[in-house]
Design a protein around this ligand. Structure first.
Ligand SMILES: Nc1nc2c(c(=O)[nH]1)N[C@H]1C(S)=C(S)[C@@H](COP(=O)(O)O)O[C@H]1N2
Ligand SMILES: [Mo]
Length: 411
């Protein structure tokens, strides 16, 4: 009736043991023969100054895609299909640069806050490091993430190379409100133009209200200083809003009474609608989810029980529900949400599934705390037309063939 989806607490239920549950891949029978391994016969490797992943995990990398016309302009994707949990390792955080990664000397980096303020101020890193800090886990997602979903044919590539322009970290830094208040804002201040210290000097306009609400200046990423590619030594974090406003290498905040109409809020990161009008300042990233395991490129070996696992997130707050369908959307079952569920943060969902060996389609659908439900692809296209490039959040469908091959379909 449910395409083989089982109660989300199936594995945890009292009385059900793994000897009863037939997992699609069962453990080997006990044997003493392989008990001693070659690496147990001699001392291991020495200590290291900075740990690296196992040599056996060499395939877990970002895929990079540059632009042959402009070397520093391009992206690299997080391999979401290879990861578990909710935190993206620093070396795998996706990248989107408009003109390369500046090699900034933190001793020379400064932040200027000026414009319609009574007291313009310059902060250097030593001063900033003495300010009170907060930590917050949140995702950053490029407005262009998943944009191949707008194409007429479903792209056949790993989940991370389709949806991996989103990552989630614990960022630590200074609430912006503290620094803005120090400059004593004028009444007329309504917008903040944030500018990066890279060669593209990328700038964007952000409403002051949001800046005073939950924005902060990050200095640390998952406990260590931010990586150069993610904004070292100082980055603006705008929780839940599209990637482009999370200005990296932040060097200037200009208080204004209007937005500046920069390139990235006029010719880019706007969306042409069927009516001929374009959406502009579409900051919030709407709720989205996808199954990461199994996903494109996975091979199911035989029928039996699998644990479906995936990610959901919303720029409007917490994810309250993720439903999974194993029959192409006819029936839906609620997945288990890994706790704690945090606002504007990755939420991991999981659900056990008994695959009967027949071809079928898996989907996931997220609902956030505002009641917003992730749309089917055709609903999204009906609303936004086919000229979209940004903000694609349609439901993702993975087809499983009777041979266990997983591919991407529109269904
Ligand atoms: N200074 C500066 N900030 C920037 C960018 C940039 O090129 N320069 N790219 C923006 C875009 S479009 C995105 S999606 C995010 C990407 O952040 P990440 O590279 O840390 O993943 O940074 C934003 N901030
Ligand atoms: Mo972006």
């Amino acid at each position: 009736m449910t395409g083989g989806l089982l109660d989300r607490r199936f594995f945890l239920k009292k009385g059900i043991t793994f000897s009863v549950a037939v997992l699609a891949s069962e453990p080997l029978h006990a044997s003493t023969e392989n008990y001693r391994q070659p690496w147990m016969e001699k001392p291991g490797e020495p200590f290291s100054n900075y740990g690296q992943p196992s040599a056996h995990e060499k395939e877990t990398i970002r895929w990079t895609m540059g632009n042959s016309m402009a070397k520093g302009n391009g992206v690299s994707w997080t391999p979401l299909h290879d990861l578990e949990g909710t935190i993206t390792p620093n070396g795998l955080h996706f990248e989107r640069h408009h003109n390369g990664v500046p090699q900034i000397d933190p001793q020379k980096h400064q932040l200027l806050i000026h414009g319609v303020v009574k007291k313009p101020l310059i902060f250097d890193m030593d001063v900033l490091l003495r300010y009170p800090m907060v930590s917050r886990q949140c995702f950053i997602e490029c407005g262009g993430n998943s944009n191949t979903g707008w194409r007429d044919e479903p792209i056949q590539t790993a989940a991370g190379y389709f949806h991996g322009m989103v990552s989630c970290s614990e960022w630590t830094g200074i609430p912006l409100k503290i620094l803005l208040n120090k400059t004593i804002l004028e009444e007329s201040a309504k917008w903040v133009i944030a500018e990066g210290g890279d060669a593209s000097m990328m700038n964007v306009s952000i409403p002051l209200e949001k800046m005073m609400d939950d924005c902060f200046l990050a200095i640390y990423q998952n406990g260590e200083r931010i990586r150069p590619e993610n904004g070292y030594p100082l980055r603006l974090i705008v929780p839940g809003w599209e990637g482009v406003v999370n200005v990296k290498w932040l060097r200037r905040l200009h208080l204004c009474n209007t937005p500046t109409m920069a390139r990235n809020e006029t010719s880019k990161y706007t969306e042409l609608l069927p009516s001929g009008k374009a959406r502009q300042f579409t900051f919030v990233m709407e709720a989205k989810s996808l199954i990461t395991n199994p996903s494109y490129g996975y091979q199911l070996d035989k029928k039996g029980i699998y644990q479906i696992s995936g990610l959901a997130w919303s720029g409007r707050g917490e994810i309250v529900k993720v439903e999974v369908s194993a029959d192409g959307g006819k029936t839906w079952v609620e997945a288990e949400l890994q706790q704690p569920v945090l606002s504007k943060c990755f939420t991991r969902f999981r659900i056990p599934w008994n695959w009967n060996g027949e071809s079928t389609i898996l989907k996931s659908r997220a609902t956030d705390e505002t009641g917003y439900v992730q749309p089917e692809r055709k609903e999204l296209i009906a609303e936004r037309g086919k000229h979209g490039y940004f903000h694609y959040n349609g439901i993702v469908s993975w087809e499983i063939t009777s041979k266990g091959v997983v591919s991407h379909v529109y269904a």
